[in-house]
Design a protein around this ligand. Structure first.
Ligand SMILES: Nc1nc2c(c(=O)[nH]1)N[C@H]1C(S)=C(S)[C@@H](COP(=O)(O)OP(=O)(O)OC[C@H]3O[C@@H](n4cnc5c(N)ncnc54)[C@H](O)[C@@H]3O)O[C@H]1N2
Ligand code: MOO
Length: 433
C-alpha cells in the first residue's frame, strides 16, 4: 500500500529501549516496543453516521450548533419567574397559555402569570423556572404551587449546556461507540471522517491441523485458533482475510506470507515460533523480513515472533507480523496482551488502556516473580466487592479454561504468590472476548 508509512527498523526501536533482552522480555517492554514499531493508517474515509460505529475518528469534530439550541423545559408542568415564588406560603399564578415540545409560547407572560409547558418546549421569554405538574394544584385558571416545591432555575435546560457552538465534541482517534453516534446525530452530522479499516490476514500453521469438515486423522487436532482469532478480530472491527491452514512446508508458507503481505496491513499466524524441528515458519519469516523472535517473561504465551515482512520485488509491500505461539490459550492471551492494542493503534485509535477490576482471590495462586501470568478466572459479586476463582487446570492447551472464564487474572511481573483472600487484578472479558 503506497500510503503505508516507512516505520522505524526493529534495530532502531530496540536501541531506544533500555536493557532490551529478546530471550526474557518483560510484557511491558514488549508492549512498548510494539507501540513504537507499528505504523498507523493514513487514509481518511467519509462514512455515513451509522457505518461509523466501531471506527476511529480521523479528525476532531467541533460542534456547529448549540445543543440544545434553546433554553427548554426538562419537565411537563408550568414555566414561571423564580423571583415570584413566595417563600412563606403557596404561590398562585394565572395560566397565560401553553407551549408544546418544538414550539414556543407565542405570547408574553406578565407579572403573576405562568405558562403551561411540556418537556423539551422552548422556555417562554422572561421565565426561568419550571414546576412539575405533579407538585401543583389547579384552581380555575390558576396554578397553586406549595412553598419550597421548586427553586429559581429548576427544571430548565440551558441552550448549549450539552455542547456549545465551537466546542470540541469528539477528538480525533475516538473509537466511536453508540453514545458517540447519538452525539454526532445531535449535531446533525450525516457523515463522519474515519480512518480506513485495517486489513488483517491470519492463518494457522501446522501439519497436525485439520479444518472442520475434514476427518480427524491419527495424531491430528482441529484448527481452533483460526476461530478464536476470527472472533477476536471481528470484535475489533478490522477487515479480515482468512488464509486457512498452511502446512509446515517452506513453499506453502512463503506463498501464504507473500499473499498476506500483499493485501494486509498486519498478519497474524499461530504456531511454529518455538524450537520444534518442523518449524519452517520461523525460517520463512526471517527470510521475508525483519522479524525478532522473543521469549516473553509471561505465562502462557512465552514464545512469540514480532516484526515486519515484505512481498519483495518492485513496489514491495510490507505488513506487521505477529507470530503467536500455537497453544490455543497462548494465542488468546498474547492477542489481548499485545495484538489488540497494536491493531487499534494502527487503526488510528487513541490509546485507551483496558480497565482492571480488583477482586479477592478465592483460593491461593502460586506465582513466580519475574514474569506476568494470566490465569483464567470467574469473577463474581461478593457483597459490595468482587471475588475471583480460577477455572481449573491452566495448561495453555486447555481452551475450556478460557471458555469457562469471564476474565483473566493478571498477576504482574514483580508479584509473587497470592494467598486466599488477597486482592488481585482481573481483566474482564465483557466487551473484549
Ligand atoms: N523445548 C521447548 N518447547 C516448547 C517451548 C520452549 O520454550 N521450549 N515453548 C512451549 C510453549 S510455551 C508454547 S506456547 C509452544 C509454542 O510452540 P509453537 O508456536 O511452535 O506451536 P506449535 O508447536 O505449532 O503448537 C503448539 C501446540 O498448539 C497446538 N496448535 C497449534 N496450532 C493450533 C491450532 N490452529 N488449533 C489448535 N491447536 C493448535 C499444536 O497442536 C501443539 O499442541 O511450544 C512449547 N514448547
Ligand atoms: O506460550 Mo506457551 O503458552 O506457555 O504454552
Amino acid at each position: 500500500m503506497s500510503e503505508r508509512l516507512l516505520p522505524p527498523s526493529l534495530q532502531q526501536v530496540a536501541s531506544c529501549l533500555s536493557g532490551y533482552d529478546p530471550s526474557a522480555l518483560p510484557v511491558a517492554q514488549a508492549q512498548e516496543f510494539i507501540a513504537r514499531f507499528v505504523p498507523r493508517v493514513r487514509t481518511v474515509e467519509k462514512v455515513a453516521l451509522r457505518a461509523a460505529l466501531g471506527r476511529s475518528l480521523a479528525a476532531d469534530v467541533v460542534s456547529p450548533i448549540d445543543v440544545p439550541s434553546h433554553d427548554n423545559s426538562a419537565m411537563d408542568g408550568y414555566a414561571l419567574r423564580g423571583a415570584e415564588l413566595a417563600s412563606d406560603g403557596p404561590t398562585r399564578l394565572r395560566i397565560a397559555g401553553s407551549g408544546l415540545a418544538g414550539q414556543q409560547f407565542a405570547g408574553a407572560a406578565g407579572p403573576g402569570e405562568c405558562v403551561r409547558i411540556m418537556t423539551g418546549a422552548v422556555m417562554p421569554v422572561g421565565l426561568d423556572t419550571v414546576v412539575p405538574q405533579e407538585f401543583t394544584a389547579l384552581e380555575g385558571d390558576q396554578v397553586v404551587i406549595p412553598a419550597g416545591a421548586v427553586r429559581t432555575g429548576d427544571n430548565r435546560r440551558l441552550r448549549g449546556e450539552d455542547l456549545a457552538l465551537g466546542q470540541p465534541a469528539l477528538r480525533r482517534g475516538k473509537l466511536l461507540r453508540p453514545a458517540d453516534l447519538g452525539m454526532l446525530a445531535s449535531l446533525g452530522q450525516a457523515e463522519v471522517p474515519v480512518w480506513r479499516r485495517l486489513r488483517v490476514a491470519f492463518f494457522s500453521t501446522g501439519d497436525e491441523l485439520r479444518s472442520i469438515g475434514e476427518p480427524l486423522d491419527a495424531g491430528c487436532v482441529y484448527d481452533s485458533n483460526r476461530y478464536t482469532l476470527h472472533g477476536m478480530l471481528q470484535r475489533l472491527g478490522v477487515e479480515l482475510l482468512d488464509l486457512g491452514v498452511v502446512r509446515d512446508d517452506a513453499h506453502a508458507l512463503e506463498a501464504a506470507f507473500r499473499e498476506a503481505a500483499d493485501s494486509a496491513d498486519a498478519i497474524i499466524t499461530s504456531g511454529g515460533v518455538s524450537v520444534g524441528e518442523a518449524d519452517y515458519t520461523k525460517q520463512v519469516m526471517k527470510q521475508l523480513g525483519e522479524v525478532a523472535f522473543w521469549k516473553i517473561a509471561m505465562r502462557p504465551g512465552r514464545p512469540m515472533a514480532f516484526g515486519r515482512i515484505s512481498t519483495g520485488g518492485p513496489g514491495s509491500k510490507s505488513a506487521v507480523l505477529f507470530g503467536l505461539p500455537g497453544n490455543p490459550v497462548a494465542v488468546m492471551v498474547t492477542f489481548y496482551a499485545f495484538v489488540r492494542d497494536a491493531l487499534l493503534a494502527m487503526s488510528g485509535a487513541a490509546s485507551a488502556p483496558l480497565p482492571l477490576l480488583r477482586a479477592r482471590a478465592v483460593e491461593a495462586i502460586r506465582k513466580k516473580p519475574g514474569r506476568t501470568e494470566y490465569q483464567r478466572g470467574v469473577v463474581e459479586r461478593d457483597g459490595t466487592d468482587w471475588r475471583v476463582r480460577i477455572t481449573g487446570s491452566q495448561g495453555s492447551g486447555i481452551l475450556r479454561s478460557m471458555s469457562e472464564a469471564n476474565g483473566l487474572v493478571v498477576l504482574h511481573h514483580e508479584q509473587g504468590s497470592v494467598a486466599a483472600g488477597d486482592w488481585v487484578e482481573v481483566l474482564p472479558f465483557e466487551g473484549l472476548v
